[in-house]
Design a protein around this ligand. Structure first.
Ligand code: NAD
Length: 248
């Protein structure tokens, strides 16, 4: 049975999380889009999600990329400009500080924003890729962000197939990154899951591999079907800021 803390009792839950972090030898964090909303990147399925205007199964699918490059391009061009302007929020910096202090060992993230690395985390597994690297889906050669944004064809093979190195629905996850994240999570004695609806497979299977304690931080309860010891309902930034006060 999970202990669920929200509202007036949240502080108590944060204290409990701090005790768990101080006692853990190998704590690992798994984040989703809810980790980045306080940096003004909309999530996919939350109340103000990105998918109000676009159907995720369509625009973020490899079939759309292949069959409707214009739609893919329109959606990602807007996302690119949003991503470029964002900065980590206090919650990201707390996770970087926790890694530096040895209180967490690694972050596996579904986010493509790169904000964990920007905040200073060193060991980050980007399970769904990133928007930093651009390449041609047809010949595999690298390209630049400017070429992609200007909707140019590939310099090498002349195909309209430039893309960011992110994982579309219908594509496999990068195998080395995926295997490394699995190894970290299997080794963990504390798994801290932050800001994810746990709807997207295969990442939503990762908590089942953890044999130690598990904690969910999310602003809605997504714990059904999982074995979280602790569920803290609220915003990721606020909960991390409250928790860190007890980590001295
Ligand atoms: P999701 O949108 O399905 O779920 C996000 C969850 O976080 C929701 O339950 C929402 O209520 C919660 N949430 C929102 N803001 C929060 C906050 N401030 N504090 C705590 N909880 C908060 O996202 P997901 O589970 O990561 O799912 C899937 C896909 O979203 C992934 O494929 C990922 O690549 C992609 N995505 C990434 C970004 C990003 O890079 N920042 C943004 C949007 C989507």
């Amino acid at each position: 049975m999970s202990k669920i803390y929200a509202g007036d009792r949240l502080e108590e839950g944060c204290k409990e999380l701090a005790v768990m972090l101080l006692g853990a030898k190998h704590a690992v964090v798994l984040t989703g889009a809810g980790m980045d909303t306080e940096s003004n990147i909309p999530d996919f399925r939350g109340k103000n999600g990105l998918w109000r205007n676009y159907d995720p199964r369509v625009v973020a699918d490899i079939t759309t990329f292949r069959q409707n490059y214009d739609l893919f391009h329109e959606f990602y061009r807007d996302r690119f400009s949003t991503m470029k302007q964002v900065e980590p929020h206090p919650g990201h910096y707390i996770l970087a500080d926790l890694e530096q202090r040895g209180l967490i060992k690694a972050i596996a993230t579904q986010n493509i924003s790169g904000l964990h690395a920007k905040a200073g985390n060193k060991k980050v597994y980007e399970l769904h890729g990133n928007t930093r690297e651009i390449y041609c889906n047809s010949c595999g050669k690298p390209a630049t962000e400017q070429e992609l944004l200007a909707k140019q064809p590939c310099r090498h093979c002349k195909q309209y197939a430039l893309r960011p190195n992110i994982v579309f629905f219908g594509e496999p996850l990068p195998p080395v990154v995926w295997d490394s994240a699995i190894a970290e999570i299997k080794r963990s004695d504390l798994l801290l899951v932050i800001g994810t609806s746990l709807e997207v497979s295969p990442v939503n299977q990762l908590p089942y591999l953890a044999e130690g304690k598990q904690v969910l931080i999310n602003n809605e309860d997504r714990s059904a079907g999982y074995s979280f010891d602790l569920v803290l309902l609220g915003s990721a930034g606020d909960i991390l800021q409250r928790t860190v006060k007890y980590l001295t």
